[in-house]
Design a protein around this ligand. Sequence first.
Ligand code: ZN
Length: 408
Amino acid sequence: MNQKIYEDYAKLAVEIGINLKEGQDVVISASTRIADFVKEIVKACYANKARSVSVDWMCEEIDKLKWMNEEEEVLSKVETWQEEKAKFRAEKLPCLIYVDDADPDAYNGIDLKKFAAVRKARYSVLKKYRDMEDNNNQWVIIAVPSKNWAKKVFPDLEDEEAVSKLWEAIIKTMRLDQKDPLKAWEDHIKDLQDKSNKLNEMNLDYLRYTSANGTDLTLKLLANHYGISARETNLKGNDFTANMPTEEVFTMPKRDGVDGVVVSTKPLSLHGQLVEDFKVTFKEGKCVEVTARKGQDVLENMLDMDESSRHLGEVALVPYNSPINQTGLLFSNTLFDENACCHLAFGAAFKNNIQGYENMSEEDFEKVGFNDSINHVDFMIGSADLDIIGVDHEGKEYQIFKNGVWAI
Ligand code: ZN
């Protein structure tokens, strides 16, 4: 990829993504495959007066070897140094940049039950540090192509061509083809904020989804829900843009307020395996039935990981004509696929989707039915004919989406 694209992309991640302030520390998580690109991000951090920059390198192939060769109890144990590292991070709160180039099939063949048990055990130790960081740091996730990821998206192309095609799609959806990408992002963020402001003013009671594919779903919103788009503000008052690209306005459903049937419109890539053509039935907020043409066991394994995985934590509105959907590609990468069209997420909700969350105690979150889970799994439900009606607490109706796109 040419140097100019690398530089512009790194600048976007640092200036729009984490929105780095002078004197802040940065930790970049990336795979060893993309050291050249990471170098540009490091340069951009220093150019924006970072105090320190460090990189957490990882390698999927080696990680997979661990999964295949180590006992469950060894993998489950959080060693003292690992816990100290998590604690250090949670106390210091560096800005975090995640660069994703993951091979969607990297973990194919590992034992799903072992995977679930290990994740659960480690989560029980590390959750408190995750909670300390939550809404306190500035972070962003971006993605760059790797050979294996590109081959998944373009299986019929030669390696190099596949990588260059995937770069093309990322350049377009990241607005890196525009004359001034920073300005293009500022404009885009403003557009999205305009939608979330409108929705917040409506203060809707519930959403009703219908589509010819069989989707017929009523989704109650939390009484004091708050819709968020691209730019978030953390508890320290710093703005950041966590997902790049992003096309969504998202908020929190009421834990027990989801009823009806919803049909997936894109395959779901879960722990390196695809779940396809699935239908989910909800009763009083709980997913009581799933049927999938492919990967049903993968989906059910995830849903059974904890009690809250069967409830929804996120409802997101994304127009069907989004730049990502216009590429016509299945990226097999959540960052891109979730920004292609409307989606829901099983599992954990986001605390900042509640007005006044900063003054709430753990008991308060429990009382309002905040859905806390080990999982947060987005799945796509947007279609070209999706209709969404919003109804406020006085019974007034608003057309929110018409034929898959914004109607407000
Ligand atoms: Zn989302």
